[in-house]
Design a protein around this ligand. Structure first.
Ligand code: MN
Length: 229
């Protein structure tokens, strides 16, 4: 097979204590999955119905230690620290009780948002693509395999900006936990190895500026550090 230009190779994520890498396929993000953040958005969480689900382009991935160049067309760039699920086994209509078998591992991610564009999208009932899609929009730290760490049910999640705590919570407060996320998303389309899912952020995301240092961590899972250039 030949192509009229060089086809891309998928971006990939470091796996802890491994020389092989996790090739990225799709990036899902789940919105308003912590009650405290859902409340502060003013949008709330409508019971256990479908929360906001967005896709981010795979080429928006960056990794630990990278610099995110402040994106164009925004005056407010917000990081949201989130637990990231990495899918290792395909499945459709996955039952909750077997859902964890499809999870390869977990990582810390920043769901970067052009918040001013998000507000315009909400006001105009537009899709959220422009607020979530830009170079560097999806920083993800190394993946800790479930084979090593299990499937954590709790753990402190936090974001520091220039050494100051910006967000702090616990992944035990997820409204949809990882098993429910995998089960429910798989009702809409087949999940495949290489898919990752950002699971939502606790309260308190706010703007960052050029020169800021962002450090995220989840106890028992890992950490992520980037700066804004
Ligand atoms: Mn988010």
């Amino acid at each position: 097979m030949s192509f009229n230009f060089e086809p891309w190779t998928p971006p990939s994520i470091t796996i802890r204590n491994s020389v092989v890498r996790f090739p990225l396929r799709r990036i899902y993000t789940i919105g308003r999955n912590y009650a405290d953040h859902a409340a502060e958005t003013g949008l709330g969480h409508k019971g256990r119905s479908v929360p906001g689900v967005s896709l981010k382009p795979p080429d928006s991935l960056i990794g630990n230690g990278d610099t995110l160049i402040y994106p164009p067309a925004t005056q407010q760039l917000d990081p949201e620290v989130e637990l990231v699920i990495a899918i290792g086994k395909k499945g459709v209509n996955i039952e909750r009780k077997t859902a964890l078998k499809h999870i390869f591992g977990y990582a810390v991610g920043f769901d970067m948002i052009r918040r001013d564009i998000m507000r315009d999208c909400i006001a105009n009932e537009h899709s959220w693509d422009l607020c979530k899609s830009f170079a560097g929009a999806s920083p993800v730290g190394e993946i800790s395999p479930a084979a090593d760490i299990g499937h954590p049910k709790d753990g402190e999640i936090s974001l520091k900006v220039n050494g100051e705590i910006r967000q702090s919570g616990d992944i035990s407060a997820l409204i949809w936990d990882p098993a429910e996320i995998v089960s429910r998303l798989s009702n809409y389309s087949e999940l495949k190895p290489g898919d990752i899912i950002f699971t939502g952020t606790p309260k308190g995301p706010g703007p960052v500026e050029k020169g800021d240092l962002l450090e995220g961590s989840i106890s028992g899972i890992g950490s992520l550090r980037i700066d804004i250039g």
